[in-house]
Ligand binder design. Structure first.
Ligand code: GDP
Ligand code: MG
Length: 186
């Protein structure tokens, strides 16, 4: 039974639903706050994820920030040495999807020499009637950048835990690979 800890950075434009998703995940879907206030600075949410079919677990430290340019200095500090990252956009906002390139670059720049597992999340799937970013398009973009794609609705509490569970599994997998590589040299 192994207990790991991973730092997860939450990236994406303001108002895409980053805080809503992270809060829901932490509270096991206990509540969705309609008017969730914009995160003023930063917040770290901690939650332990059990890895299926193993006795292992990953404690995720989810670093949430407002995503406003004004906090870039704070962000720089908060984003140091991430292990995994969750990139969120709003399926009804083209702009939030276009920003993903910038967020991805910023995230990867934090760990230029290591593989940084990431997921791309299209949130607000409940607003499908106002969708401007096609699922297939987002999926292609994600695959192109070595990420998994999933859609969520924090409002409808749909799929909100999938991104974080997937990241925990990826991190656990990397850990197993690392252990294997150690065994191979001794
Ligand atoms: P953040 O700035 O990325 O952290 O976004 P927030 O979590 O603060 O959410 C911004 C706004 O979008 C709030 O008014 C939320 O209630 C709303 N919101 C978040 N997730 C969803 C969702 O899945 N569907 C809908 N319809 N609204 C959402
Ligand atoms: Mg927020």
């Amino acid at each position: 039974m192994v207990k790991l800890a991973a730092k997860c950075i939450l990236a994406g434009d303001a108002t895409v639903g980053k805080s809503s998703l992270a809060q829901l995940f932490r509270s096991d879907g206990a509540h969705f706050q309609k008017n969730y206030s914009l995160t003023a600075g930063v917040e770290v949410l901690v939650k332990t994820v059990q890895i299926p079919d193993t006795g292992d677990s990953v404690e995720l430290f989810i670093c949430d920030s407002s995503g406003k340019e004004i906090f870039y200095d704070v962000l720089e500090k908060l984003w140091e040495q991430p292990d995994v990252f969750c990139l969120v956009f709003d399926i009804t906002s083209e702009q939030s999807f276009n920003s993903c390139t910038k967020w991805l670059e910023r995230a990867r720049a934090q760990r230029p020499y290591t593989h940084l597992p990431g997921v791309l999340v299209g949130n607000k799937s409940d607003l499908d009637g106002r969708r401007v970013v096609e699922r297939q398009h987002a999926e292609q973009w994600a695959v192109q950048h070595g990420m998994e794609y999933m859609e969520t609705s924090a409002k409808e509490m749909e799929n909100y835990d999938s991104p974080f569970r997937s990241l925990a599994r990826s991190f656990h997998r990397l850990y197993l690979e690392w252990v294997d590589s150690l065994h191979s040299v001794i």
